[in-house]
Ligand binder design. Structure first.
Ligand code: G4P
Length: 532
C-alpha cells in the first residue's frame, strides 16, 4: 500500500545544481535562497562577506584550512511548502571532475550569469553537461545593480554560445548602472528596485501595471518609453513560452536580478517552483524506476576523501532515486553483491551536517565509507542486480607524467594512483606499446595535482616526481579495427589508454581534433565518455 506521506514528501522535492563561472554570484544567490527558506537568518552582507568569504557553501573548514577544497556542497532548505536540495558546483581552483559528476545527481540547473560578462568559459562547460542530460535549465542574470550588457545582446549570446533559446520572464529597466527595476511579464507589473539595506533583509517589491500613467513619473519618460518598446518587441518577435521546451532543456527561462541586493530572488524562486516538477523516474538496467517505487535505491555520484584527516574517513554521496531511506537500513551494492548497513548517514542543512533518520527521492545523503563504494555504484534495498546508468567520464584538461621518487615504493605508488582513480579524484593513462612503464595523470582542475601529491605522501608514504605536459584536450577513440601503430595522429598529440584500456588521444591544440578526424576514416572522437 502506498504511504500517503511518502508520496507527499516526493512531490515536495526539488533538486537542482547551481552552475556559473567564478564570481558571477553563485554563492551570494545560494545564500539568498537559504535566507528566503529561513535556513539562515542573515545572508552574508557586503560587509561581512569580506571576512567570511563563501560563508555558507564551504562547510568543509578543514579542507579550506589546508587550501585543498575538493568538495561540492549540498544544502537543503524548505520554501513555500517545497523541500529544495541545492547542489553547489565549486568554481575557483577547486574545479574538478566531481563538479561535473554532481550535475548527474540534479534534476534541474540554475545558471548564474554576470550581466557585464555574459557567458563565460566555465558556465559553458557545465551547461554542456546539463544540456546533454536534457534537464530544465533556469538562468539568473545577476548584478543588475551595476552596468551590464544590453539584455537583447545577452539573449543572443546565450543562444549563440550555448545553443539554447531563452525566454525572459522579466525585463530590466536601466542597464547602464542606472537600474530601476524589472517588468514582470507573467504578472504584467513593474517591480521597482530599491537599494539601501545591502540585501540584509527580504526586499520589498512595489507593483505597478505597465499602462499605469504614473510610471513615466516614477521611471522617467525615456525609461518608460524604452521599456514599452522593448516589451512590445519581445511579445511580437520573441518565442512563446513553452513549458514542454523548458522541461526538455530546449528553452531557458531568463530572470534579471541582483543577488547581492536581493532583487528578483524571491520571484525567481516562485517561478522555479511553479515550472519544475518532483524527481522523475531514472533509467536503469531494469528500465525506468519511478521515485514512488517503495524499495529504496540510489547511486553514488561522488566520493569525498579526508573530510576529517584525523580519522581519514571518506564520505560517499548518494542521490536517492526511489523509496524511503531509513537510518540503519541494509542495502545491496550491485557491484559487489554485498549487503551493507547504512549506519551513520549524514545530511546537509545550510551550515550544518546532521545525522539523518529518513530521506526521500531527490535527497542527497552522505554515507560513511571505509572503502566500500565507487563512483556509479547502485545501492538497492530489494534488488541486488539493479544498476542505474553509469556516470560518464568527463574530459581532463591538464596532464602530467608522474613517477615515484623512490623506485622501491613502486607498489604503494601503483596502489595509491589506482585508488585515487577509482575514487574519481584523477584519471590515469598509459601510452600503448612504448615498452617502458610510464603513467600520465589527467585532471579537470590543476588543484587536483596538489591533492594527488598530498594524498600519495600522506596516505601511501610515496613522494612523486611530476612533469607537467602541454596537452589540454582529450578525445576517446571509437574506431573499427583501431590500431595505435597505424593511427594517423598529429605532431601535438599523443595516443594513450585509460586505466580500463580504452583508447584515447590527448592533444595540445583544439584544431588538431578536426585534422585527426579527417586523417582517420571512420574514427569517432568523444570528449565525454560513456561506458556500459
Ligand atoms: P561565485 O560564488 O559565483 O564565485 O560569486 P560570489 O557569490 O562569491 O560573488 C562574487 C562577487 O560578486 C562578490 O564580491 C559578491 O559580493 C559580488 N556580487 C554577487 N552578487 C552581486 C550583485 O547582485 N551585485 C553586485 N554588484 N555584486 C554582486 P567580492 O567583492 O568578490 O566579494 P565580497 O567582498 O563581496 O565578499
Amino acid at each position: 500500500m502506498m504511504d500517503k506521506n511518502f508520496i507527499k514528501e516526493i512531490n515536495k522535492r526539488r533538486t537542482f545544481a547551481i552552475i556559473s563561472h567564478p564570481d558571477a554570484g553563485k554563492t551570494t544567490l545560494t545564500e539568498k535562497f537559504l535566507l528566503y527558506g529561513g535556513a539562515i537568518r542573515l545572508a552574508g552582507s557586503v560587509k561581512s562577506r569580506k571576512t567570511q568569504k563563501h560563508a555558507v557553501s564551504d562547510w568543509m573548514e578543514i579542507e579550506k584550512q589546508r587550501g585543498i577544497s575538493v568538495t561540492s556542497s549540498v544544502m537543503q532548505f524548505n520554501y513555500d511548502g517545497a523541500c529544495i536540495n541545492i547542489l553547489d558546483t565549486p568554481g575557483h581552483q577547486d574545479f574538478s571532475e566531481d563538479t561535473y559528476r554532481t550535475l548527474t545527481a540534479a534534476d534541474s540547473a540554475v545558471m548564474v550569469i554576470d550581466c557585464a560578462k555574459g557567458v563565460e568559459p566555465q558556465t559553458k562547460k557545465l551547461f554542456r553537461v546539463c544540456k546533454d542530460r536534457n534537464i530544465p535549465i533556469f538562468t539568473f542574470i545577476n548584478k543588475l545593480d551595476r552596468a551590464g550588457k544590453d539584455p537583447f545582446e545577452l539573449m543572443e549570446e546565450i543562444e549563440k554560445v550555448l545553443g539554447i533559446q531563452s525566454y525572459p520572464m522579466n525585463w530590466p529597466i536601466g542597464t547602464d548602472g542606472d537600474f530601476k527595476g524589472v517588468y514582470n511579464r507573467q504578472k504584467k507589473r513593474i517591480e521597482l528596485y530599491q537599494d539601501g539595506d545591502h540585501g540584509q533583509n527580504i526586499a520589498k517589491i512595489v507593483s505597478k501595471d505597465l499602462d499605469d500613467e504614473g510610471l513615466a513619473d516614477i521611471l522617467g519618460a525615456d525609461y518608460y518609453q524604452r521599456l514599452k518598446d522593448e516589451v512590445e518587441l519581445l511579445d511580437m518577435a520573441g518565442d512563446d513560452f513553452d513549458h514542454d521546451k523548458v522541461q526538455n532543456g530546449e528553452l531557458t527561462p531568463l530572470f534579471f536580478g541582483s543577488a547581492m541586493t536581493n532583487f528578483g530572488v524571491e520571484p525567481f524562486l516562485e517561478s522555479f517552483l511553479k515550472l519544475t516538477y518532483k524527481p522523475e523516474a531514472r533509467n536503469s538496467n531494469q528500465g525506468l524506476i519511478p521515485p514512488e517505487d517503495p524499495n529504496f535505491s540510489g547511486f553514488i555520484f561522488k566520493i569525498q576523501a579526508n573530510m576529517n584527516p584525523a580519522h581519514r574517513d571518506r564520505l560517499a554521496f548518494i542521490r536517492i532515486c526511489s523509496g524511503k531511506f531509513e537510518k540503519g537500513m541494509s542495502v545491496y551494492n550491485s557491484r559487489t553483491g554485498k549487503k551493507i548497513r547504512l549506519a551513520q548517514p549524514q545530511q546537509f542543512l545550510a551550515q550544518d551536517r546532521e545525522i539523518v533518520d529518513t530521506a526521500y527521492p531527490g535527497d542527497i545523503i552522505g554515507l560513511h565509507d571505509p572503502g566500500l563504494f565507487k563512483i556509479s555504484d547502485t545501492l538497492s534495498e530489494a534488488d541486488p542486480s539493479l544498476k542505474y546508468e553509469k556516470i560518464p567520464v568527463f574530459p581532463p584538461e591538464h596532464f602530467s607524467k608522474i613517477i615515484p621518487k623512490n623506485s622501491m615504493k613502486r607498489k604503494q605508488f601503483l596502489k595509491g594512483i589506482q585508488q585515487l582513480a577509482e575514487e574519481g579524484a584523477i584519471q590515469v593513462f598509459k601510452r600503448p606499446n612504448i615498452g617502458i612503464e610510464e603513467y600520465i595523470v589527467g585532471v579537470v582542475g590543476v588543484l587536483q595535482f596538489q591533492v594527488l601529491e598530498y594524498r600519495l605522501k600522506n596516505e601511501y608514504s610515496v613522494d612523486i616526481i611530476m612533469e607537467s605536459m602541454p596537452h589540454r584536450y582529450i578525445r576517446w577513440i571509437e574506431m573499427e579495427g583501431y590500431d595505435p601503430d597505424r593511427f594517423n595522429a598529429t605532431m601535438d598529440s599523443m595516443l594513450v589508454e585509460d586505466h580500463e584500456g580504452n583508447p584515447a588521444i590527448i592533444l595540445q591544440n583544439e584544431w588538431s581534433i578536426g585534422k585527426i578526424e579527417d586523417r582517420n576514416t571512420g574514427v569517432v572522437l568523444k570528449d565525454i565518455y560513456k561506458k556500459d
